[in-house]
Design a protein around this ligand. Sequence first.
Ligand code: PTJ
Length: 256
Amino acid sequence: MNRDVTIPTTHPRYFSLMTREKIVAGYKNGLVALEGLIAHGRGECFDYLIGERTTDSARMAIDAAAAQILISNYPVISVNGNVAALCPDLLCSLHRSVKKSMLEINLFYYTKERESKIFQELAKYGVSNVLGTNPDNLVRIPELESNRRLVDSNGIFKADTVFVPLEDGDRTLALKKMGKKVITVDLNPLSRTSMEASITIVDNIIRVIPLLIERIKYHEKNSSESDLYTIVKSYDNKKGLKDALFIMNRYKEDQI
Ligand code: PTJ
């Protein structure tokens, strides 16, 4: 069924509704799993509660993430259907801004067709050297049963830092047990991923990546390696999550 969706730019929820359209288009184009629509709705709800803005606390997490990425030897960015639909351009820019990084497609609701579509989508933005698609290179993450257990031996498996935005929960702990630092972006501060990750950015992925790139560029120019280690060491993830919950409670309460 064809629909004519015109969202006026003056609509108070214009940005949120346009982002929703991107996920719907991603689903129709075969990038997003059906379950990805539900995940997006959950994200919208938490985004609403946090005021659809980047909080100071999220900025601190972004800064720590930038420092962590810069001190790592081999950071890998995990790409799923939702992020491929929402911000493929930004993911490719992030990858380009960190020369030693790689992109890896890793799907929870795996299908070969979706993997190929996501691969083609990233290629449109100039990145075709993407890991995770060659079955001969896939190896198993110990103690994990979901589809995400299969990762690229040249990618997530050997990465020291893994960036896993909009993760579904079971993999973060397994990656940490393998000795990796895990950075996530998750609007839900109570998700298992948020609570297990080394650094959780409680914010919308669309707002996060430009700021992350900006901080990476800033630190590359202005910070020594020891500055970066200090930032990472002094970052307290639990405090970041508590701050996010506090803000979610207070922000809307203050508006009533
Ligand atoms: O493409 P696949 O098969 O790998 O599947 C991807 C999804 C996202 C469907 C899968 O990983 C999944 O089911 O995830 P969950 O368990 O629903 O968790 C996704 C988390 O991301 C939830 O806590 C949401 O609140 C959060 N989230 C959703 N949209 C955004 C978000 N966080 C930041 N920015 C968003 N735009």
